[in-house]
Design a protein around this ligand. Structure first.
Ligand code: CMP
Length: 150
């Protein structure tokens, strides 16, 4: 069983729109398990590290401005093929291509305000989890319900 950890971040504006609970509920309903969760303001340095692969792109400065403009909700999720499952629940990066029923399809209009970040691979997830969480913040626990999900 390819059980893995992945990383998700609800982006600025999400608290003001009061949809944090609704979005987290969709992740849980899919079977993803929360191992770490925190509300935080991210520095330009952390935003730059997180989005290092986009440095130099035309949207990069706007992306960092936006991601540091208000609190985000960062989380570590786990599950079977969690990275792939999370990305399916989110829908494509461009909300124009995201079908209704996906998080981006239901809550966003534009790529630069696409509501949620989801790691694009298991390797990225490992890197991003380490950027946002210390090992002691990631809580492993018994999950008696797993047999009903997997
Ligand atoms: P995310 O999944 O957080 O990963 C990189 C982010 O860069 C992406 O979501 C968008 O918010 C943003 N992004 C990617 N492409 C563009 C683009 N063409 N224009 C504006 N923002 C973009």
């Amino acid at each position: 069983m390819a059980h893995e950890k992945t990383f998700a971040m609800l982006k600025p504006g999400i608290l003001q729109r009061r949809v944090v609970g609704e979005i987290i509920s969709r992740l849980e309903r899919k079977g993803l398990r929360i191992l770490a969760l925190k509300l935080m303001n991210i520095s330009r340095e952390l935003a730059g590290q997180h989005y290092a692969e986009h440095q130099g792109k035309p949207f990069y400065d706007g992306l960092v401005d936006y991601m540091t403009s208000g609190p985000v909700v960062a989380m570590v999720l786990s599950g079977e093929h969690a990275t792939h499952q999370l990305r399916k629940v989110c829908g494509p990066t461009n909300p124009d291509e995201a079908t209704p029923g996906t998080i981006r399809g239901d809550f966003s209009e534009k790529t630069n305000r696409n509501v949620i970040h989801a790691s694009d691979s298991v390797e990225s997830a490992k890197r991003e989890i380490q950027l946002f969480f210390s090992p002691t913040e990631i809580i492993e626990y018994e999950d008696e319900h797993a047999k009903w999900i997997y």
